[in-house]
Design a binder for this molecule. Sequence first.
Ligand code: IMP
Length: 426
Amino acid sequence: MPAKAIIGGQWGDEGKGKYTDIFAAHARYAVRFQGGNNAGHTIVPGDGGRSLRLHLVPSSIRRPGCIPVIGNGVVVDPEVLVSELSQLESLGYDVSALRLSANAHLIMPYHKILDRVSERYLGKNRVGTTKKGIGPAYSDKAARIGLRVQDLLDEKILLEKLESVLREKNQILAKVYNQLPLEASELAARYSELGKQLAPYICDTVSLLNEALEKGESALLEGAQGTLLDIDHGSYPFVTSSSCTIGGACSGSGIPLRHISKVIGVVKAYVTRVGAGPFPTEADPLSQEMIVSKGKEFGTTTGRKRRCGWFDCVLLRYASRINGFDEIHLTKLDVLSGFESIPVAIAYDIGGKKTKDMPYHQSEFHHARPIYEEIQGWSEEIRRAQKPEDLPLEVRQFVEIAEESAGCRVASVSVGPAEDQTVFFD
Ligand code: IMP
């Protein structure tokens, strides 16, 4: 069985972790290919076991037969990874199988400081980042001054690279942002110590994955964030700094297109976003409160309350086009139970013109007004639904609208956080 990719169809937090965990039961490898510890995945096992909150380690970790891989496209904060691994070990998980790409870039202390202080300077134009150093680390990668996981393995090289990078960074920290300079030798000693702890996991993940796929083994590519946060295709500049769409799955793992047999979209039955930026279907404060409390819409990484809005067919159509979704999974449908009617945006009104297409111009997206169709709500709880017949008819209408906008089938709906709260359609 070849590779499958799981991609978020909105602004992240669609519930990809749950589906990675489910699909990982049948995969040999689960690969994170972009982002870093800005992501947060919550896994709730169906057997009543303890739920898990993960930031860097792929969501397959509780599946013993599935090898978790952190691919070259991820940015790795070594302190965070070491602490996540020791937490997992203390919960009884065997993390020894983890494989970490030697080519993944590192998030260093100056990236975290710069993320925090540069946002302050942007004032009202700030992106609302997670302040984990993601953007500055990817900037250094593009500027060819990034440090990589492999650099942790040789303290002498690490020190040389740090001395060179810090010559400029310390000037910026001190003169632009009024911050204290960092000491190369102190960082080199601290990070090579972390390197020793990570050494058993570090390898050439590109060869590992390609050799496995050539032998007929399977891989699951786990996207973080979502299509509208993609650096190229998202609501720029209110995006993250990596490719969260299908192209990023290839470049961030080194797996060629021909091995990817299925692109799986995960979309929530409503929309959320954290951080700043346009959000056409953002709901009124009362509805937002209801969704936040029922859907527990707080960031796994930052604890921030998420902004909530109604299902947006324009976004889904766009995400499906960019990624070429073969099927989608509709999550958190149970959160909408009890609404008398549910607004679904079927198009935008932009300056008096109706469109079903995502406008390419930032100002048009800012001014897009959703054109809603009200669908009949359902009053019954659906959290115990096991098969399609257990779902109210109104849910079927919702599913049909989603299928029409995505141009592919809805393969399942999720009616609760646990693995067994998932209704698959034939
Ligand atoms: P950064 O990724 O920390 O640079 O943040 C850039 C933007 O992406 C901000 O609006 C964040 O709130 C958003 N973001 C980053 N990671 C996630 C995520 O996992 N879920 C939702 N939003 C995210």
